[in-house]
Ligand binder design. Structure first.
Ligand SMILES: Cc1ncc(C[n+]2csc(CCOP(=O)(O)OP(=O)(O)O)c2C)c(N)n1
Ligand SMILES: [Mg+2]
Length: 369
């Protein structure tokens, strides 16, 4: 006799078909074909159009980054194509009074929050023009060390509360990052102190070459919140109206002094880990199957067209506007002076250490040679 199945199939490692079976408590507003599944959770029409525009904008950046990389005009870049709903719907729930702590994967969230495109390009070109975030934006540089941003966000949130503001801190992490100690310490700390934090856990099925099923026995990462006595929400991460809906509620709670929330956005990393990675070495077409049909941009577009909020003509005009915005920003980024090798050590400490001073002199000597 076969064993009864107690846990649903892991949606993120068995193709998108398994994801249908495992939806369970997943919050969703639109089915993949764009039809409405939860009418009560739809934001107003201007907000829906705003979210659509942002998704198109950030997708364009991701697509252009690929081309720029192939032509030697971009450094190694971690693509997020296919994850736009997870990033745009969450970041769009903040105001500029709130903090954003992004990882290397979250260029789409940073652009949605308001990081200028030229600065973003400069960052991913490893140009010093992109190293420091604009002083007037409460956004941290893209975190490369996994999970360190989570405790930092708790600190920022507690500082805001101490100052008597209603501002919140939002931090992103991946499925892999949620197995790190910093993730758990941050959730416990935030829960114990009711920190005004919103924790976004983007479950995209992969931590470089490691699938979620190998990484952890947990099949529902939002339930990790239970261990810390805070709410955990699981949302369809390819449904931008749903990610916006649940994040807006978490932000409202945090502002209201009701404490932190963990939001797991269930999505998929269709693209390679970075543009220098070759995923065909560790995953098959069966792993990826069905995810294209869940595309977040196509889904909202179908909804907006069906409900008459968008026309083909307006969509074509939006494409032209987005392309023009990007090309103008690219020209600005191209005009930034080339970095010099010695600058590598210039921004490490306010007061360079003797070792860094020696390295700088060496780099300058090599440059002159
Ligand atoms: C502390 C630390 N350990 C290891 C690494 C190497 N590393 C870079 S990305 C990555 C996988 C992270 O996966 P996940 O958290 O799921 O994020 P994703 O790349 O899918 O967005 C690892 C292990 C790192 N950057 N920092
Ligand atoms: Mg991941």
């Amino acid at each position: 006799m076969s064993q009864p199945q107690t846990t649903p199939p892991d949606p993120l490692t068995a193709g998108a078909a398994a994801y249908e079976d495992a939806q369970g408590d997943l919050v969703q507003t639109l089915a993949p074909d764009g039809s409405v599944t939860r009418p009560g959770a739809l934001p107003d029409v201007p907000t829906r159009l705003h979210l659509y525009r942002q998704m198109r904008r950030v997708r364009h950046f991701d697509e252009r980054a690929w081309v720029l990389y192939r032509t030697g005009r971009m450094g190694v870049f971690p693509p997020y194509g296919g994850m736009e709903a997870s990033q745009v719907g969450t970041a769009a729930a903040l105001t500029h009074d709130d903090w954003l702590f992004p990882t290397y994967r979250d260029t789409g969230a940073a652009l949605t929050y308001g990081l200028p495109i030229p600065q973003t390009l400069a960052y991913w070109r490893t140009s010093p023009h992109g190293w420091a975030m604009p002083q007037d934006l409460k956004i941290l540089p893209f975190y490369i060390p996994i999970a360190t941003q989570y405790p930092h966000a708790v600190g920022a949130a507690l500082a805001e509360r101490r100052r008597g503001t209603a501002n919140v801190a939002m931090a992103y992490i991946g499925d892999g990052g949620s197995s790190e100690g910093d993730f758990h310490e941050a959730l416990n700390f935030a829960g114990a102190l009711d920190a005004p934090c919103v924790f976004i856990l983007q479950n995209n099925g992969w931590a470089i070459s490691v699938p979620t099923r190998t990484q952890t026995r947990a099949t529902n990462l939002s339930r990790r919140a239970d261990g810390y006595g805070i709410p955990g929400v699981r949302v369809d991460g390819n449904d931008v109206l749903a990610t916006y809906h649940v994040t807006s509620e978490a932000v409202r709670r945090a502002r209201n002094g009701e404490g932190p929330t963990l939001i797991e956005t269930v999505t998929y990393r269709i693209k390679p880990h970075t543009l220098a990675d070759d995923p065909s070495r560790y995953r098959t077409d069966a792993d990826n199957e069905g995810w294209d049909a869940k595309d977040p941009v196509t889904r909202l577009r179908a909804h907006l067209l069906a409900e008459g909020h968008l026309t083909e003509e307006a969509d074509a005009a939006l494409t032209r506007e987005i392309e023009a915005e990007f090309e103008a920003a690219l020209a600005v980024a191209d005009a930034f002076p080339e970095p010099t090798p010695a600058e590598i050590v210039d921004h490490v400490f306010a007061e360079p250490t003797p070792g860094l001073r020696r390295q700088r002199a060496q780099l300058l000597a090599e440059e002159g040679a």
